[in-house]
Design a protein around this ligand. Structure first.
Ligand SMILES: NC(=O)c1ccc[n+]([C@@H]2O[C@H](COP(=O)([O-])OP(=O)(O)OC[C@H]3O[C@@H](n4cnc5c(N)ncnc54)[C@H](O)[C@@H]3O)[C@@H](O)[C@H]2O)c1
Length: 324
């Protein structure tokens, strides 16, 4: 089976390549390396190209007899999306629609989509079920919500099947230390904390200590990137076995507060780095935790790495010995 993985040189995509390779899939990675890293592609053939390059994409489909597409390529910074919405609607929404058109022209009808908990905005029910209303509060979340709607409508209109995976907070790294998170700029909490522990940053800021949570700081559902990778393989097998289109939350079903993450990082690194308290940031919901019951019942998914210390330990090993 030939799987096209867009954005496979990025953080999550590169971990999924390992999981696909272990299962014997033939992988074609398509990435413009704007944010990704060639060294992160541990399996498959890398084609350097942009989603906007229709001619190249068409050729990739024609030359490789693609059976299914996993689509990770996107911009991911919420703050930037507020300042430059068109950049996000172009790359995350318009380019995805283009990719879907090219898939259709080449008779490929199976699609796994990297969606996000950001489609829920400020949810009313926590843990959040997939049935929660879609009310994104920033262009990043909206750019993904638009795609989810396009997918839903396409699957109703044509013989087209998709699985949308709404990731909560992907974290951690390859246990063997070969790949890990390397975003530039980095905006995610765990790598920022570890860069502080390493001495690359002076302090870590906690934005908001007056949220309605037990210790007053925001709570998030951190899922190890290899558990996330496993979910992708299950979603792909589901579609290849004739399964129906569906949407799943990807998280463990419980979360940790920013203060708990900081304390765990101090324990793992054995470094007492500087922590500063700062006012709340606009648009940060107090609690984002997935109800992942559906994933467990429908895919029989059992998390393997749901241990915050382990997640931070793998991220710390990577941070200390980064290759890119
Ligand atoms: N990291 C998270 O916690 C998280 C949470 C929710 C959803 N997501 C989604 O998961 C996906 C992957 O996230 P990530 O953290 O691995 O990001 P990443 O930036 O590490 O990976 C994205 C990859 O896509 C490539 N890319 C971007 N635009 C492209 C284009 N026009 N043409 C070709 N390649 C292009 C980049 O070079 C990069 O390698 C994204 O769609 C993101 O929205 C991530």
């Amino acid at each position: 089976m030939n799987v096209l993985v867009t954005g496979g040189a990025g953080y999550i995509g590169s971990h999924v390549l390992k999981a696909l390779d272990e299962k014997g899939f033939n992988i074609i990675v398509y990435d413009n390396l704007s944010k990704g890293h060639e060294e992160a592609v541990l399996a498959g053939k890398l084609i350097i190209g942009d989603l906007e390059d229709e001619d190249l994409l068409n050729r990739v489909f024609r030359d490789n007899k693609i059976d299914a597409v996993m689509h990770f390529a996107a911009f991911i910074e919420v703050g930037e999306s507020v300042k430059e919405p068109l950049k996000y609607y172009q790359n995350n929404t318009a380019n995805t629609i283009n990719l879907l058109k090219i898939m259709g022209n080449n008779d490929v009808n199976k699609f796994i989509f990297s969606s996000t908990a950001a489609v829920y905005g400020n949810p009313e029910t926590v843990p959040i079920p997939e049935t929660e209303s879609i009310k994104p509060i920033n262009p990043y979340g909206q750019s993904k919500a638009f795609v989810e709607k396009v997918l839903e409508d396409s699957s109703k209109a044509k013989d087209f099947k998709y699985v949308s995976l709404r990731y909560f907070n992907a974290a951690g790294a390859d246990p063997l230390g070969r790949i890990g998170e390397s975003h530039n700029p980095e905006t995610h909490l765990i790598p920022l904390i570890l860069k502080t522990a390493k001495g690359e940053r002076e302090s870590i800021k906690i934005f908001g200590i007056d949220y309605p949570t037990p210790d007053g700081t925001c709570i998030r559902d951190y899922i190890h990137v290899d558990d996330l990778a496993d979910i992708h393989v299950r979603a792909l097998e589901h579609l290849l076995n004739g399964g129906e289109s569906d949407v799943f939350n990807c998280g463990y079903g419980y979360g940790y507060s920013v203060k708990e993450v900081v304390e765990t990082a101090k324990k793992v690194t054995e470094i007492d780095f500087k922590v500063e308290e700062a006012p709340r940031r606009e648009g940060d919901p107090a609690i984002l935790v997935a109800d992942s019951t559906k994933l467990k019942t429908k895919f029989g998914w059992i998390p393997k790495y749901n241990d915050l210390e382990y997640i931070i330990q793998t991220a710390w090993n990577w941070e200390l010995n980064k290759r890119f």
